[in-house]
Design a protein around this ligand. Sequence first.
Ligand SMILES: [Zn+2]
Length: 215
Amino acid sequence: MRIANATHWNTKDLSRLIYRVAQDELDRGQLRYARVKVEYARGGHLGGNCTYGTMLQPHVRMTLRLPRPGKQMDVVSLAKIIAHELGHSKGIKHADMHNVRYGWVEGWRERYAYAAEFAIGVKPSPAKLSPEEKLAKRRTEAVAKAQKMVRKWTTAHKRADTMLRKWRGRLRAAEKRATSASPHTTQPLPSTNDPRPATMLEADNREDRIPSLAS
Ligand SMILES: [Zn+2]
């Protein structure tokens, strides 16, 4: 089940209630692909809707509309609404919902009395930062980001240095073998002209010497 919760009500608490109600409505696993949207109700009253599926293939695309925190949330009513919407997901129409399980028929509150034990909390509100605190936070984050990039590129740089040293060594050895082994070779050696821009060569020359073909 995936819940997109646009309200301040605690998503875990809502999820727990939905799972409990679904125990009486769906088989195990039928909630797996369920999509639930939670949003604020315009008039502040609880409500919901759901797509129609079939008994064999319930299709749960359910929206729950809740009052804003601070107003009273009747969890028993909410459980009832969830059951009603899950009924629709199995293809049940209103004509067949005049009963305590799906309708507002005498006795429905007793039917869903268990939900009273499910408390729906409110998400902790993110701490309000002053402009100075926001600036300080941004600057701290900028330092952390720069530190991370320096670490990353230090590693890359070391690795590149190692490879460069290794291949310069191999180049020296290969050139040595090529010039000494067969003096009558007609095969011209590949040019050692480095295609890199001069500035890069300069930087490299300070550490390593590029072998020259002194012949
Ligand atoms: Zn309905």
